[in-house]
Ligand binder design. Structure first.
Ligand SMILES: [Zn+2]
Length: 154
């Protein structure tokens, strides 16, 4: 894929990473994806810093699902606008949004810590979720939600 990029007309600075080819914390904050992304090479421009203009109308710059850790075939499908893949991405984002709300709610109203929230989640919500997570991952993630909440409350 990188080889083909050399021959593409890529004339717009990538709006996700602002041409750096890498998404850093500043970009993540700017796009409000703090709990959804970590710094990594940019999947929107395939770390080249430039994108074809038409991509902007096909895929949202802050499309959460489009990250560099996806298989290349999935990335291609998203960029082609494949309905099924985009739907899967939306489901994933809804799952994450629900988890964030759930964690914030229990932290704010009951002052629970990450481990208690994770335990409660696994006991009551996990069956409804479309995506499986391990308890360890969940605790780490919820801790991140709490940390961000704390930093915005101050
Ligand atoms: Zn980029």
């Amino acid at each position: 894929m990188r080889i083909f990029n050399l021959f593409r007309k890529s004339n717009v600075k990538c709006p996700r990473c602002q041409g750096k080819g890498f998404v850093d914390w500043d970009d993540i904050r700017r796009l409000n994806r703090q709990l959804k992304w970590v710094p990594a090479p940019c999947a929107y421009c395939d770390a080249t810093g430039k994108v074809e203009k038409e991509l902007l109308s096909k895929v949202a710059v802050d499309c959460m699902y489009l990250t560099i850790d996806l298989p290349e075939s999935v990335i291609e499908k998203i960029k082609e606008g494949d309905k099924e893949t985009i739907e899967k991405g939306k489901q994933r984002e809804l799952f994450v949004d629900h988890l964030i709300q759930y964690a914030e709610h229990h932290y704010l109203t009951q002052n629970m810590d990450a481990e208690s929230i994770a335990t409660l989640y696994l006991n009551t919500e996990a069956e409804k979720a479309n995506f499986s997570v391990t308890k360890e991952e969940l605790i780490k993630y919820i801790q991140g939600v709490i940390n961000l909440k704390k930093s915005t409350l101050n």
